[in-house]
Design a protein around this ligand. Structure first.
Ligand code: AKG
Length: 301
């Protein structure tokens, strides 16, 4: 695994030593770091399982037909085995994590909370599987450095903000690789990407491959995602730092901006929130603004 860029790349992670999900004073340096695509790492912020919930610390609780266990906005649990009592207890646990993740984001980023109606929560997920045992196609393989982009759900530049908690009971870290700033990724790969075709986007929509018309922005993000994942030299030698996130820790990043790959670990809770890029403290730092600047095109028309 590449380490030679580590000194500069270590700055891609900002460690914050708090123990409470409610941040008492918002810190503008943390906000700028997050919006610049850095990972905010809270090594001493933990999600705690109750004694009864410890029984969910097994991969056997997941329905093998589902990738993860998830709780949607209506409180509906998906992807779990067990009886009705197990489901109620699991939903309660995942819902408690959702509330704490929300509390962290609202207190860390108060302006996002002001536009609360625009901060949209995705389903909350619980991932009990061991990362090293997953086998996937190269495109779906999250062990390769990538920025997140959705093939079927065009988002027109809406941000993907994610809160992760390593809840491993045996002290096993979740190991990520974190890559270079988004603008460097874009400059590196944009010259290689296929041109956008509105006609092809219309066909994908008509065939219900996409839920709405894929914008040029969504096309470019998918192209960047694929270009990164399919380049073995970039995976091996591209700028990156290996970061173990300790058991009992939390980290937050914009996963559409921060190149990331998961290499090892088991048992994680995850909350995704979506925010319009215009509602950021600095909308100019968003992937949409960066790609607009680099291409000279609006990308979302
Ligand atoms: C992703 O969901 O985009 C990931 O890379 C997964 C991260 C993880 O499982 O730790």
């Amino acid at each position: 695994m590449a380490t030679r860029h580590n000194t500069a790349m270590e700055q891609q992670i900002l460690e914050i030593d708090i123990t409470d999900w409610q941040i008492s004073t918002p810190n503008s340096a943390w906000i700028s770091a997050l919006e610049a695509g850095k990972v905010l790492y809270f090594p001493h912020l933990s999600f705690i399982f109750t004694a009864d919930e410890q029984r969910f610390l097994t991969p056997a609780i997941r329905d093998p037909k589902s990738r993860n266990i998830s709780l949607d906005a209506n409180g509906k649990l998906k992807g779990a085995l067990g009886d009705a009592a197990d489901h109620a207890a699991l939903a309660n646990m995942i819902g408690r994590f959702r509330a704490q993740a929300q509390q962290l984001i609202h207190s860390l980023l108060p302006a996002y909370a002001d536009s609360r109606s625009e901060l949209r929560m995705a389903p909350t997920s619980y991932r009990p599987m061991q990362v090293e045992t997953r086998s996937q196609s190269w495109r779906a393989d999250d062990r390769r450095l990538h920025v997140d982009a959705f093939p079927s759900r065009p988002n027109y530049g809406e941000r993907i903000l994610r809160v992760f908690a390593n809840v491993n009971p045996d002290g096993v870290p979740r190991v990520w690789r974190v890559g270079e700033p988004f603008e460097d990724v874009a400059q590196r790969f944009l010259p290689r990407v296929k041109a956008y075709s509105r006609w092809q986007a219309q066909v994908l929509q008509a065939l219900h491959v996409t839920k709405s018309l894929r914008s040029e922005y969504d096309h470019l993000m998918l192209q960047l995602h694929d270009a990164m994942k399919s380049d073995p030299e970039y995976q091996k030698d591209g700028p990156q730092v290996t970061q173990p996130f300790a058991a009992g820790s939390v980290w937050v990043c914009f996963s559409d901006q921060t190149p990331h790959a998961v290499m090892a670990g088991q048992y994680m809770l995850e909350q995704t929130l979506h925010l319009p890029a215009a509602k950021q403290y600095d909308p100019g730092a968003s992937p949409l603004a960066i790609l607009r600047r680099l291409t000279g095109r609006a990308l979302t028309e």
